[in-house]
Design a protein around this ligand. Structure first.
Ligand code: SIN
Length: 278
């Protein structure tokens, strides 16, 4: 019998898992309980984890292949771990807008496991939105319209050349020549494991609905953002060194708050491969 403690978070999304040490190789029974919690809540948190980069990778590999982000700086000696860092003299942070990771890929990463290494004295929390609930709380009319639509997601305007992101992030972001992919995904997806429907557009990477111009798409995308980020749909995670958030990109958005000027924040992120969305 495992000693795992599961405390649901606010905003109908996420659960904090206690009573587990991720620095050891987890038994199949414990891993299966964690996995079930992840599928059920779409987002899991752990605290006080003392993990080496190899421990972090071992845990990530229990979930699938590692998907290496081609734009983020890497942790030295660990090509598969992205360094999400804000220096004391850096103005913009990474992830400071609502998004879901890698939606610009044909096969977006399934999830991201973010581990806090250094956190500011106050601030630097991350917000998460529940995209199952975003879908479920739409009117039947709008649900019906969106069901038949696809949307185009792109990396070009974020990670491409001349966006200013690399300079503003102290070169924490690179390889602009690799920002060439656009991907078409359904606007409403069925989560491959929970089988629940979720709204799958996001304000950072979704550029237009298929067959619509960007100008035509903008008002509806703006409405969906406003709808999805209502307070009852959001949970907020406060980090300490050793905290972990593992989110499911298929049913959540996240937003890293940039409210700690002059302080450093250092996180390690591993993204796990996903599957085609439908
Ligand atoms: C990210 O968008 O992956 C970063 C989130 C965070 O740093 O809180």
């Amino acid at each position: 019998m495992s000693e795992i403690i599961i405390n649901p978070a606010s905003g109908s999304i996420g659960a904090e898992i206690g009573g587990v040490d991720l620095s050891v190789d987890l038994s199949d029974a414990v891993f299966s309980e964690i996995r079930q919690t992840f599928i059920e809540h779409g987002l899991i948190f752990f605290r006080n984890q003392e993990l080496t980069p190899d421990d972090h990778l071992r845990f990530a590999k229990r979930w699938g292949e590692i998907n290496i982000n081609r734009f983020f700086a890497k942790v030295e000696g660990h090509e598969q771990i992205a360094e999400v860092k804000k220096d004391t003299d850096q103005e913009i942070n990474i992830g400071g807008a609502w998004h879901t990771d890698h939606s610009y890929d044909q096969i977006p990463a399934m999830g991201s496991i973010l581990l806090a290494r250094e956190t500011p004295k106050t601030g630097g929390d991350t917000l998460f939105a529940n995209m199952y609930r975003a879908y479920e709380s739409l009117s039947d009319g709008l649900k019906g319209t969106l069901e038949s639509m696809n949307a185009c997601h792109s990396s070009r305007h974020v990670f491409g050349a001349h966006t200013g992101y690399a300079e503003a992030s102290n070169q924490r972001i690179g390889n602009p020549e690799l920002a060439t992919q656009d991907a078409i995904h359904p606007v409403i997806i069925t989560h491959p494991e929970s089988k629940r429907k979720a709204l799958y557009v996001n304000p950072e990477f979704t550029v237009n609905f298929e067959g619509w111009t960007k100008e035509e798409s903008k008002p509806l995308l703006n409405y969906l953002t406003e709808h999805s980020t209502r307070s009852e749909n959001i949970t907020r995670f406060k980090w300490e060194p050793g905290s972990i958030a593992f989110w499911d990109n298929r049913c959540t958005w996240h937003f890293a708050l940039n409210d700690y000027p002059g302080e450093k924040r250092l996180m390690h992120r591993i993204t796990v491969e996903g599957s085609a969305l439908c």
